[in-house]
Design a protein around this ligand. Structure first.
Ligand code: HDE
Length: 698
């Protein structure tokens, strides 16, 4: 049995057991058949008229030939209109602390339960085949297969959104997607239309600051927070209602790529995030997130200077702390991408008893949209698809439609019926109880007063960034606006930045063109909030597990140093990757020991790894130092502030490659390099790699 499968046997495996009924395996004992089950003697030739020396016509009669082409012609379904590019995995939700004071939903109150989940990660704007590492918001949709039915939190890695009202969604997406006349650019916000939209919608200001921050280029899906964004409600057994936001935080800490890495990876390894997730789960290093709720009693709804139903606002954690009550863990890769990752379909409207909606105008529109989009993507019976069906019984009077699978016996298909077949459930039986909310108002196309304030939290976010994060935001805005050729777009956007911070506006104006503002359009209130900066989220338990470490070797490498590092990394569940001057055998300095590299220097690049190690060995190091590509490996890794380790002769090679030759103290006092995360040892001692590991962990 697979490692990952073993881990989830018992509790939490209901969904896997359910899917097993539909799962077939391709084995050598199985024989090729048509879809209607008849065994076939050939898979290679269409039925035709042939004679010894002449190729005759193909026969339309051939059912196998026609079936193969017909089935192929229809393999594609419409890609998701947004979030088309994604990947996902199965896992388990474990509840540590009951939230029964605020909800009666057993998934959030019964600590003995383990609820099966599936999570799909995605980018928003790119097509299905676009690159993983583009600057974009990341989708983070979670399906909980609870005993009371499916509960979906269709979340993002950023806690706010561009717009307040669902009616604006087609506009924001049209503006962000490739432009209509030439379908350029793919998976990029760096173009006129996106920034034209941002200027025209002051409500988007807070969100574009998040998107331009390092959160827009995550290092890994495993290192992002998840946010439900919209305000939901919780209902407890006493009938009391609370407003709630859902949030989860990765055990590995929140980390990003640097922009240069993201750009290069988009070309060198467009599947970087997809592979990273797959590799970690296959290696048994399961990603985990603390699952939390932010709760506001109904009576406090109007106590804040922002509207708590406005999806362009966070609930600052100093005002409303997160209460972490459970854990999401991913522990099993899908068996087949299409039937699981592509066909999974989420709906914000899928909630279970004890959880409710709020009047958040973005959520209300989403509740309409998701079901509707599944109808055009998957057809009316999409909830019967194995990945989408609940693990609890489903029975009702919905019938027929394309691709209906379920065969429902009985002579009636309506309610009420004379047999009293399939009556609605009482609340005591677990029926969903609507909260009796009193609503008074006038009918109007309008938003309530507090929705009109759009800059306070954009300033709060900016003020809360560390100096490095601020610098990255400036660089991101400078890159994006540089790609807007229309001066109207970039000059107006530069002015908009003065609504957030004068220094920010002036620096960006200087880079992208346009008149630098001399006065802030509105004073910066100077407030900060906790847990907006990524630096507030270091790893819970620093670990080198699942980190990729490249080991650069050529003929004549020092086998003692190599073996020590390789063994230490493997024991710590890291992923050592041997990168040789070729993929054929590389011979060690002793002339007999050898290794077969995973990749060669041209086939793999430094941006694909977290750290670099170069063992000594006179001949090996000489070869590497004469290779432009090897020198580039070291320089690039150094430029991206990656940990670099070196022993013996390789120490001088690293020093020279990074341009710090002669400036450092040798022996244990390599302070200058160490401050850059470079660990060097002149003499190889197999037990002295602890420090290297410690730095990689950070
Ligand atoms: Fe979505 N969104 N969205 N969205 N969204 C979709 O549904 C929509 C919004 C999010 O992995 C679509 O099944 C509207 C916020 C994720 O399958 C569609 C509005 C947030 C995913 C849709 C929003 C999201 C989607 C396209 C504004 C963060 C991918 C395919 C009212 C909380 C789910 C699909 C997956 C997908 C509509 C705004 C997250 C068209 C109308 C806010 C993670 O229904």
């Amino acid at each position: 049995m697979e490692k990952a499968q073993q881990a989830i046997m018992g509790h939490g495996s209901d969904k896997i057991n359910d899917l097993a009924q539909e799962t077939k395996e391709m084995t050598s004992s199985a024989r090729l058949t048509t879809d209607y089950g008849v065994k076939q003697t050939s898979a290679d030739d269409w039925l035709k008229v042939v004679s010894q020396d002449k190729q005759g016509p193909m026969l339309l009669e051939d059912p196998l030939g026609r079936e193969r082409i017909h089935r192929f012609d229809h393999e594609r379904i419409p890609e998701r209109v947004v979030h088309a590019r994604g990947s996902g995995a199965f896992g388990t939700f474990t509840l540590f602390e009951s939230a029964e004071d605020v909800t009666c939903a057993p998934v959030l109150t019964d600590t003995s339960r383990k609820t099966p989940i599936f999570i799909r990660f995605s980018t928003v704007l790119g097509s299905r085949g676009s690159a993983d590492t583009v600057r974009d918001v990341r989708g983070f949709a979670v399906k909980f297969y609870t005993q009371e039915g499916n509960w979906d939190i269709v979340a993002n890695n950023i806690p706010v959104f561009f717009i307040q009202d669902a009616i604006k969604f087609p506009d924001v997406i049209h503006a962000g997607k490739p432009e209509p006349h030439n379908e350029v650019p793919q998976a990029q916000t760096a173009h006129n239309n996106f920034w034209d939209f941002q200027f025209n919608h002051t409500e988007a200001t807070h969100m574009f600051m998040w998107a331009m921050s390092d959160r827009g280029i995550p290092r890994s899906y495993r290192m992002m927070q998840g946010f439900g964004v919209n305000t939901f409600t919780l209902l407890n057994a006493k009938g009391e209602r609370h407003f709630v936001k859902f949030v989860w935080t990765p055990e590995l800490g929140v980390h990003s790529l640097v922009w240069d890495e993201a750009l290069k990876l988009a070309g060198e390894d467009p599947d970087f995030h997809r592979k990273d997730l797959w590799e970690a789960i296959e290696n048994g290093v399961y990603p985990k997130w603390k699952f939390g709720i932010q709760v506001i009693p109904e009576a406090d709804e109007h106590k804040f200077d922002f509207d708590i139903l406005d999806a362009t606002k966070i609930w600052p954690e100093d005002l409303i702390p997160v209460r972490y009550i459970g854990q999401l863990e991913l522990n099993r890769n899908p068996d087949e991408f299409f039937t699981q990752v592509e066909q999974i379909a989420f709906c914000t409207s899928h909630i279970v008893p004890g959880i409710g909606f709020s009047n958040d105008p973005l959520l209300q529109g989403r509740n309409f949209s998701y079901f509707d989009t599944q109808l055009s993507r998957l057809g009316v019976n999409w909830q019967e698809l194995p990945i989408n069906r609940p693990v609890c019984p489903v029975m009702n009077f919905n019938r027929d439609g394309a691709m209906r699978h379920t065969i429902t016996k009985g002579t009636v298909n309506y309610w009420p019926n004379r047999f009293e077949a399939c009556p609605p459930a009482s609340e005591a039986e677990g029926g969903y109880a609507e909260y009796a909310e009193k609503i008074i108002g006038i009918k109007a196309r309008a938003r309530s007063a507090k929705f009109k304030e759009h800059f306070n939290q954009a300033q709060l976010f900016w003020n809360s960034m560390s100096p490095i994060e601020k610098n990255h935001i400036i660089n991101a805005l400078s890159f994006e606006l540089d790609h807007c050729e229309d001066p109207v777009v970039y000059t107006r956007m530069v002015k908009r930045l003065a609504d957030i911070d004068l220094g920010l506006a002036q620096t960006v104006a200087n880079m992208v063109g346009g008149e630098a503002p001399t006065e802030a359009t509105r004073p910066n209130h100077g407030r900060k909030a906790p847990n907006l900066s990524m630096s507030d989220f270091p790893p819970a338990k620093p670990s080198i597990a699942s980190r990729r470490v490249a080991i650069l070797v050529a003929d004549g490498y020092d086998a003692v140093a190599f073996n020590a590092v390789y063994a230490a990394l493997t024991a710590a569940l890291a992923v050592p990757l041997i990168i040789g001057t070729r993929r054929n055998k590389i011979i060690a300095a002793d002339g007999t020991t050898h290794i077969t590299p995973h990749h060669h220097l041209e086939g793999f690049r430094s941006v694909m790894v977290d750290a670099l190690f170069i063992p000594g060995g006179e001949k090996s190091v000489k070869t590497l130092s004469q290779s432009g590509r090897a020198v580039h490996w070291v320089r690039e890794a150094f430029g991206h502030l990656k940990t670099i380790g070196a022993t013996g002769e390789a120490v001088a090679f690293v020093e020279k490659a990074v341009g710090l030759d002669g400036q450092i103290q040798v022996s244990s006092g390599d302070d200058l390099l160490e401050s850059f995360g470079v660990v060097t040892l002149r003499a190889t001692k197999p037990d002295s790699f602890g420090e290297f590991k410690e730095i990689v962990k950070g």
